[in-house]
Write a protein that binds this ligand. Structure first.
Ligand code: PLP
Length: 396
């Protein structure tokens, strides 16, 4: 028998999205045609020039370790990109290139948290935030947001009431998975003021910053002032914007002193992000804007179709997503817990949706549907959902 794994590792559970997918795979191998609204990654191919840049990097033997903070030319480009996108001056010495946003979050949590610290996590939240905090020995404190007609909003009073002497940081995500919200200036200002007042770090996950639909505007919390930027770390990647999820290429934007520490931790954890992916990222950030815009327009078309279709199901209330590629409809309480509904939909109609309970207890009457799937799959999936729901009627 092997020795025990660490106490912290024992606290980490399995991902709901992954386990739904495994069950769906079993059904698919038994001949069921699956519609996957669970997957959280673009269904687009990586643009050819980015692939060519990676192939060229391999041919040119760019296959060695690089600076743990990232290739200098890539950090320059990222700094330029962040400065332009968020109208605030970002310098290359603030950038650390990482294996994806997850790599960035893993560095940041280890760099700023001590055992016993508490971290406020706005809920509903993307699954890994809690585990990332737990693995440092700190405690994640879920703070549910308020809802109005199924739409989640930052609840500044609830956040303030959750601060204790141990609170060290707050994690926020805008555009916000799973809610599809893009946080407003008022909401961000409330978080920023709270962080300033209690001397907290702000960990701002902006991985969907390019997936914003007409009428909404992504605001980076760090752009609210120097006194906010000096306590903020942005984590993001090329995963969603350039459909490069498997390439594992992300970065942090941090105050320079913290960036130095992040670079050191990167050195001792992964050594550096893939050199080939970094060379490809130079091309993505130099020439990829058109691709990002086209992809975003297509998501918007799909969003319109899925939102209308979901709202046609009696009892379902689906606020219009302002960004990301997720719809997060509310379902009636008498349908049962979202996990029960998600299981029923998979078994009865071969549709994968993610139960809202995976994102926090207060969203157990919600389902998350990713529209990073083809229009044909969305239309087929909607017909199946409209036939299968409301589930209690069909059961009766
Ligand atoms: N942050 C959020 C909110 C996400 O939804 C995801 C992926 O689903 C990630 C981070 C992970 O991104 P990456 O592929 O850059 O690690």
């Amino acid at each position: 028998m092997s020795p025990h794994v660490s106490k912290l590792a024992q606290l980490i559970g399995a991902s709901t999205v992954v386990s739904m997918r495994r069950r769906a795979d079993a059904l698919a191998s038994a001949g069921v045609k699956i519609i996957d609204f669970g997957v959280g990654e673009p269904d687009f191919d990586v643009p050819e020039p980015i692939k060519e840049a990676a192939i060229k990097a391999i041919r040119d033997n760019q296959s060695h370790y690089v600076d743990p903070r990232g290739l200098p030319e890539l950090r320059e480009l990222i700094a330029h990109h962040e400065t332009r996108q968020h109208s605030r001056l970002v310098n290359p010495n603030q950038i650390v290139v990482t294996p994806g946003t997850l790599g960035a979050l893993s560095l940041v949590t280890r760099a700023v948290l001590n055992q016993g610290d508490e971290v406020l996590v706005i809920e509903p939240r993307w699954g890994p935030y809690r585990s990332l905090v737990t693995l440092t020995g700190a405690t994640p404190v879920g703070v549910p947001m308020r809802t109005q007609a199924g739409r989640f909003e930052v609840d500044a009073e609830r956040l303030a009431a959750s601060v204790t002497k141990r609170t060290k940081a707050i994690i926020l995500n805008t555009p916000w998975n799973p809610t599809g919200r893009v946080l407003s200036l008022t909401e961000l200002t409330a978080v920023a003021e709270l962080a300033k007042h209690h001397d907290l770090w702000i960990i701002a996950d902006e991985v969907y910053s390019n997936m914003v639909f007409v009428g909404a505007e992504h605001i980076s919390i760090a752009s609210l002032g120097d006194d906010i930027a000096e306590r903020t770390v942005i984590t993001t990647s090329l995963s969603k914007s350039f459909a490069m999820t498997g390439w594992r290429l992300g970065y942090c934007v941090a105050p320079p002193e913290l960036a130095t520490v992040l670079g050191r931790i990167n050195h001792y954890s992964t050594r550096c992000a893939s050199s080939i992916a970094q060379h490809a990222a130079v091309t993505a950030l130099s020439d990829g804007a058109l691709f990002v815009n086209e992809m975003c327009q297509e998501y918007q078309r799909r969003r319109d179709v899925i939102t209308v279709g979901l709202n046609q199901i009696a009892g379902v209330v689906c606020p219009i997503p302002e960004g990301t590629f997720y719809a997060f409809p509310q379902i009636p309480e008498d349908w049962g817990d979202s996990e029960e509904v998600a299981n029923y939909l998979l078994e009865e109609s071969g549709v994968i949706v993610t139960p809202g309970s995976a994102y926090g207890a207060d969203s157990c009457n919600h389902l998350r549907l990713s529209f990073a799937t083809s229009m044909a799959a969305i239309e087929d999936g909607l017909i199946r959902l409209q036939n299968a729901l409301p589930m209690h009627q069909n059961k009766g």
